[in-house]
Design a protein around this ligand. Structure first.
Ligand code: NAD
Length: 487
């Protein structure tokens, strides 16, 4: 049993799900997961070995080549996805607790976010019911052309630990909707949600081999990505691993979609109302202790109003309530892992050494001797070339950067290799929109921050390729076939 906080209990994973059955692992390899709050072992579960992964891919291959799923009418797939959505809805409280317990994300936040998992399955069910899988067109000679959208084939879905279920649901919901068969490899630190998803898919009665689950670490992920029967890899994770996956897949031209890191900017234009901007900056500059790819980690403020901004922002950051993530009053929990804390502390040291001014935080909070806690940290006097302004820290560390005019703001906003997300604040939303068009990122919000799984999400440049969510997310899993009717 896995003891989630507040007395909730989940069955400890001890098997893998493949070909519609729960099967015993091929080896006795195991992975331990530590609690970010107590630093004690939370669970131990089997790690898939290459033989397990090969078996899962073979099941997905057979289901794709010979099973009913890719060939059934879209409305039947949609009905199955709606059953999955409903079963997920029944388990939202467990899913929220699994997230909070493994990652340290505050329960108040995880409870708010977990319904997105069910939304993704029902969203893709709605989308495929009216999707033009077969689009009839006409040639200049009067003949007919049928443009088909067909599933790519066997897909690997590889996800990170920070938002374990939703980043898997994006892939599985869209891939299944397209008619693909899926092999899921969740992050080794967060297996529980993938098991809940497998149980929901099993209970929804999807055909054998359509969804398969092989939890593993880096080596298992690498084996899966290299597998010749995997025709597409959908990956969310770090830019470094994304580049590696793309290199591996280029050998056989396997399709790849990548959701990678970010260093997103919030630009407060000269006419921005700081007090109105504050609530969303407080939520989205360091969500989940800053371990969210789309966090607004660079705050670009007019130089002339920087002091006024800091007078408002710093007290609000100092007032963030750190604590046990299972307490509904907690606003910020620990980092998810010891190695995350080491990484964040190294970046804080680099910020200091690089000449940035530490305006608040920077250390371990008093009274938290156990757990991977770091204080919410703000650097000022940050210049765009500094390491802390260029690289993804993935922790509660924000840089405040001054700018002289809008051209300078646009230059600075675009001055990293990333391009995932951003926000623009202005008293005039159309002025904000005009500025948003100058930012080279895949997602933006004017006066706030919204990420809605029904709409495309993804990155420019080193933040990734392809989009998840919305019809664009479905296209990730489709090939185009053109059939000319010559007579
Ligand atoms: P990571 O890249 O280390 O691992 C991600 C996944 O890839 C894990 O399941 C891991 O086991 C697997 N993996 C690692 N090496 C692999 C290899 N060689 N071949 C195949 N699979 C391999 O990332 P992480 O530390 O789990 O997550 C944090 C990163 O994820 C951050 O950079 C963050 O920005 C990014 N992220 C991006 C998005 C997005 O949508 N753009 C969302 C969340 C997180």
């Amino acid at each position: 049993m896995v003891r989630l906080q507040q007395g909730k209990v989940l069955k400890a994973p001890d098997q893998f799900f493949m070909n519609g059955d729960w099967v015993a692992p091929a080896t006795d390899r195991r992975i331990d997961v530590l609690s970010p709050v107590t630093e004690e072992r939370l669970l131990s579960y089997p790690e898939a070995a290459p033989a397990d992964i090969d078996r899962a891919v073979a099941a997905a291959r057979t289901a794709f080549d010979h099973g009913p799923w890719p060939r059934m009418p879209a409305r039947d797939r949609a009905a199955a996805l709606r059953r999955v959505a409903s079963l997920i809805t029944d388990r939202l409280e467990e899913i929220a607790w699994a997230w909070t317990t493994q990652v340290g994300a505050p329960i108040s936040l995880t409870r708010k976010l977990v319904p997105q998992n069910a939304t993704l399955f029902s969203h893709y069910a709605d989308l495929i019911e009216n999707f033009p899988f077969c689009d009839t067109r006409h040639r200049d000679d009067g003949g007919e052309v049928r443009v088909l959208r067909e599933p790519v084939g066997v897909c690997a879905a590889i996800s990170p630990w920070n938002a374990p279920m939703v980043l898997l649901s994006y892939k599985i919901a869209a891939g299944l909707a397209a008619g693909c068969t899926m092999v899921a490899k969740p992050s080794p630190e967060t297996p529980l949600e993938a098991y809940i998803l497998a149980e929901c898919i099993e209970a929804a009665g999807l055909p054998r081999g359509v969804f398969n689950l092989v939890p593993a670490g880096r080596a298992g992920g690498d084996h899966l990505v290299r597998h010749r029967d995997v025709e597409k890899v959908a990956f969310t994770g770090s830019t470094a691993v994304g580049k590696h996956i793309m290199r591996v897949c280029s050998d056989r031209l396997a399709r790849v979609s990548l959701e990678l890191g970010g260093k997103s900017a919030a630009v407060l234009l000269p006419d921005a109302d700081f007090a109105k901007a504050l609530p969303s900056l407080m939520v989205y500059s360091m969500p989940i202790t800053g371990q969210v790819c789309f966090s607004l980690t660079r705050l670009l403020v007019p130089e002339a109003r920087k002091a006024a901004f800091l007078d408002m922002f710093l007290p609000a950051v100092r007032a963030i309530k750190l604590g046990d993530p299972s307490d509904p009053a907690t606003q910020m929990g620990p980092l998810a892992m010891d190695r995350q804390r080491t990484r964040v502390e190294e970046y804080i040291a680099a910020g200091r050494a690089g000449g940035a001014m530490l305006a608040c935080g920077g250390g371990r909070p008093r009274g938290f001797d156990t757990g991977y806690y770091v204080e919410p940290t703000v650097f000022t006097d940050v210049t765009p070339d500094m390491k802390i302004a260029q690289e993804e820290i993935f922790g509660p560390v924000v840089s405040v950067i001054g700018y002289s005019d809008e051209d300078d703001a646009a230059r600075k906003a675009n001055a990293t290799p990333y391009g995932l997300n951003g926000a623009v604040y202005s008293a005039d939303p159309e002025r904000g929109f005009a500025f948003a068009r100058r930012m080279r990122t895949g997602g933006l919000t004017v006066n706030g921050l919204i990420v809605d799984p029904k709409h495309p999400f993804g990155g420019y440049r080193e933040s990734g390729m392809g989009r998840e969510g919305g019809p664009e997310g479905l296209e990730n899993y489709l090939e185009v076939k053109t059939v000319h009717m010559a007579g």
